[in-house]
Design a protein. Sequence first.
Length: 130
Amino acid sequence: MDSLNSVMQFDHVIRVNEDGTVTENVPNVWAPEINLFGDSEGQIDRDSEADMVADVAGQGWQLMDGWSGQYSYSGPIMHPSEFVGGGLEDYILETPGYYATVVVDIPPYYHDSSDESENAGWAIAYREEI
């Protein structure tokens, strides 16, 4: 297997099996849709992040948190420069279930920089085996 980072493409669900092997083509399981709504200036606050986490939980997934290396931040949104490797990769391979990396964008109507979504980073969604 290539590194887990190269296997975990955005919105592509993988399955980590009990023996730590990875199944890349998982039928009938889809990555959750991420909805993040910042404040009127496009900033992410605790309430908007909590709403995003709750929305994903309502889809049967949970967002992993505590893995970001960002200064004084331990929530679920990873900086675009971060990747699935090191301790995070080890943890995922030791914890069976479904995983998907998902893009976290703020819709354009919550910031005034353009008519396009603004990227806030990415996250890892986890779901126990169905």
